[in-house]
Design a protein around this ligand. Sequence first.
Ligand code: DX5
Ligand code: ZN
Length: 217
Amino acid sequence: MRARIAPSILSFDPADYRAPVLELQKAGVDWIHLDVMDGQFVPPITFGAELASSLSTLGEAPLEAHLMTLTPERHFEAFVKAGCRRITFHQEATVHSHRLVQALREMGVEAGIAINPATPVSTVLPMLDILDLVLVMTVNPGWGGQSLIESCIPKVRELRAIAPELDIEVDGGVTPGTLPRLLEAGATTFVTGSYLAGAASIASGVQELRKACLCAS
Ligand code: DX5
Ligand code: ZN
């Protein structure tokens, strides 16, 4: 599976997400990653489906909503209606993750589940037959600009060994410097926020990430 770049908009200026999303689309990224935080599952509050709706028509790359929220099922319909092609919720946010994955698929969108650094890979194994993606968090959720948690890399390797065809997304502390080790461990989709927000230009940052995708260490 080709390595995919899914930039997070979290580290850009919340007063104007439109401009960077237009540039990301122009740079040919694969997904636009929306970090939705409810102030409960994680301390910060970010944005809702209205923002997704306003960003959904800016280019080819589809939107994916990363729901860092309690009771994620309460938000499914709004983000589907807003035009998100994939919705990823947290294993730790519900006791009915299997049923919620089924519900997302019945709504016609891709279903992803995210696991925090302390959550074992084993918790998602019973759902591999109905999941489109597993998001292995490589930082503790809630903030951009954190350093990659090294102990999460073996989780990617463990999941890849069990599910050779699965789309495994990594999220947090991904830069051209860390990406090759994540790629080598078996990750296929790379979320990166602060690296791109701090790059000389979005186009050059995406180029560096694409180059890093070619060189598993
Ligand atoms: C953190 C979010 C990540 C974050 C990535 O809770 O899920 O998507 O924005 O940001 P960086 O790439 O700066 O670690
Ligand atoms: Zn995220």
